[in-house]
Design a protein around this ligand. Structure first.
Ligand code: TRP
Length: 330
């Protein structure tokens, strides 16, 4: 363990979508990599949450979990500093989920915006309980902070509410977790929508330089700027948004020449390509190295599981005692 004195615990979770992309890196992972220096970190690959949507087609799950673990490590999560584990390998998550499900009403859950958004296609009991499972993930480690995007605000509120309810009804057992919102850069994909694997508009971390270049060439740019010489608008351009992350001084180096038209879109993309490839190269190298040593990745997940189970097991003992459903001799 590092010499920094860590006081607080962070629990973070991500659904296993397989190998990750630039949007995941800038939207979450980079933040996690920084946080592991100061907090006790638990990084949970939430395969049970993924089942709420993909319960029928599960043959790809193992590989998705594995690829995501590879990218966690390539991007710099350090198994010495944070426990990386698979949710379903720590059965305490499902146990606390069930106990928490007693403390919440169905209307509270049907009102959740995430449920409202998808209820036409997803109306299973499991999907309705998605935020309850998330609350269990968080409370099981007595997490102080949960790094999430704004879209998850209501879910963290619910976790806090469930912790409070439990504490009031039985006995003070849980800390009340707080969301940790950090300013994350907006990253759009090639079609000008949010970068997402499901839109196929993303830049995977595992892309080669050539593939990255090809993907960047296909990126949406200001339709009014057809050729070099035409004035452009950097604000909101998905390429400029990436320059803001990967290019030094983009406001001086890129924006003015885009506005005057001196910089054409293809040249602008190629400048970005060089900087992006520079930034991604160490991650790609690490990925290649890890894929040659897959046992190491599985071992990291096994160690993470054991550490998580230890902490979760202690917590569940307290929970059962508080609820008076602990049936030991004494
Ligand atoms: N619901 C989160 C998302 O869609 C994933 C998640 C599950 C999570 N359990 C969590 C995030 C616990 C933070 C903490 O992004």
């Amino acid at each position: 363990m590092s010499e920094v004195i860590k006081k607080e615990t962070i629990l973070s979770g991500m659904q296993p979508t397989g190998s990750l992309h630039v949007g995941n890196l800038e939207g979450a992972l980079r933040n996690w990599v920084n946080l592991q220096e100061k907090y006790w970190m638990y990084c949970c690959i939430v395969d049970l949450h993924a089942l709420t949507a993909d319960y029928k087609d599960t043959k790809g799950m193992k590989d998705k979990v594995f690829q995501m673990a590879v990218d966690f490590l390539s991007a710099g999560l350090d198994p010495e500093k944070c426990a990386i584990f698979i949710q379903s390998e720590v059965p305490e998550h499902t146990e606390l989920h069930l106990l928490f499900s007693m403390l919440i009403t169905v209307p509270t859950l049907t009102r959740m915006p995430t449920y409202q958004d998808k209820k036409e296609t997803l109306d299973s009991y499991g999907f309705l309980g998605y935020p309850v499972l998330q609350a269990a993930d968080i409370c099981l480690y007595n997490a102080d902070k949960v790094p999430v995007g704004k879209d998850q605000e209501k879910h963290i509120w619910l976790a806090k509410d469930l912790a409070q309810r439990f504490n009031t009804i039985y006995k003070k057992t849980f800390k009340e977790p707080e969301a940790l919102f950090t300013t994350i850069p907006l990253i759009l994909g090639s079609d000008n929508r949010k970068m997402s694997k499901s839109y196929d508009n993303h830049i995977p971390l595992e892309f080669t330089e050539k593939q990255t270049e090809k993907r960047l060439r296909s990126f949406y740019t200001d339709p009014k700027k057809q050729r070099q010489g035409d004035p452009g608008t950097p604000e909101g351009c998905p390429i400029f948004l990436l320059h803001k992350v990967y290019t030094e001084n983009p406001e001086q180096e890129i924006a003015p020449e885009c506005r005057t038209g001196a910089l054409g879109c293809v040249d602008c993309k190629m400048k970005l390509n060089a900087n992006l490839n520079n930034a991604l190269q160490p991650i790609r190298d690490k990925r290649v190295e890890l894929l040659k040593n897959q046992d190491f990745v599985w071992d990291v997940l096994a160690t993470g599981r054991d550490r998580a189970r230890q902490r979760a097991g202690n917590m569940m003992d307290k929970v059962r005692k508080a609820m008076k459903i602990s049936y030991r001799k004494k």
